[in-house]
Design a protein around this ligand. Sequence first.
Ligand code: CP3
Length: 345
Amino acid sequence: MPGDGRFLKACRRQPVDTTPVWIMRQAGRYLPQYRATRSRAGDFLTLCKTPDLACEVTLQPVQILKVDAAILFSDILIPVEAMGADLVFTEGEGPKLSSVRTRQEAGRLHVPDPRLETGFVMDAVKLIRRELDPMVPLIGFSGAPFTLASYLVEGGGSKSFRHTLAWMYGDPEGFTALLDMLAETVIAYCSAQVEAGVQALQLFDTWAGVLSRRLYREFALPSTRKVVQALKHLGVPIILYVNGSAPFLEETAASGVDVLSVDWRLSLAESWERTRGAVALQGNLDPMVLYGGPAVIEREAGRVLAEAPLQGHIFNLGHGILPDTPVEAAQHLVEAVHRLGRKEI
Ligand code: CP3
């Protein structure tokens, strides 16, 4: 099968020649080539909505870093905009959305048809699949329901998530109805990406780490599970990323996904033990290591590899690469992982 190289094998916990590696946010501002394409687009959302430019930036890190997988260039908020929320990205400030804090406001949103209302995403996937080396798999993605709900309720990013938590505590049924609607949206959106040609899916539940174990179990887990159960039959590996999942790692593993993408707070050895080897692991280098220079990158990458399972490990950062990271550091990391991760098979 084209593209069925070491990344897809590791997702299925099969033997590989060396550890596969890709980097969250690998297409981004730390790359001068990305900044050049974005300035041609004019702004970030136009870049996301113009398939040939989205294709161009998706391919850049594959060529520049030699990573083992490409990830579709888009944003987790694209389907949320299609649901009916107004979305703007202001330079240096991150996303801003029209906020949804009541059942009545949620009632004005709809579950979008991904092919009609986010057709540019599916067109980008088809184009990328044509342009990308057939040996390199393409990862599609979506935000998970809880993280998408947090952006909708807060009207953007947040430190405290006070409006989201207030709604969860005050009106659990109403908040669950919003999660259900988001789960439907995510299922349709991811299914359309697979139909268009992605070979793996990553669900970003970036902010679920603000929840207690009890609240994770009660709200985020059931909505993630619903999504995973509905996507399983498509046959592509599903990866779940939660930043700060250590307090409820067992629950994230019980979501039914094939791979857990974990941050740097817990060692891979401990994560493997706590999940009893039931899922593959992706991660978990602290993105700050990339500021330490070649010797530090080499040492810390070696440490992650030493703690990783022999089968079922995809090397990645514990969160996205930061915009001022030196490109050479990312290149060095990929080269070091391929060299140090070599297996005797
Ligand atoms: O990984 C990739 O290379 C694929 C593309 C991708 C982007 N965003 C591009 C992007 C992916 C997978 C995402 C996911 C995403 N978007 C998440 C989950 C992952 C994570 O990092 O936690 C979240 C929370 C978002 C929401 C979002 N989008 C924020 C908070 C921001 C602003 C952050 C910032 O650094 O300014 C964005 C914008 C964004 N998404 C950029 C990129 C390359 C920067 C936009 C630019 O200025 O060019």
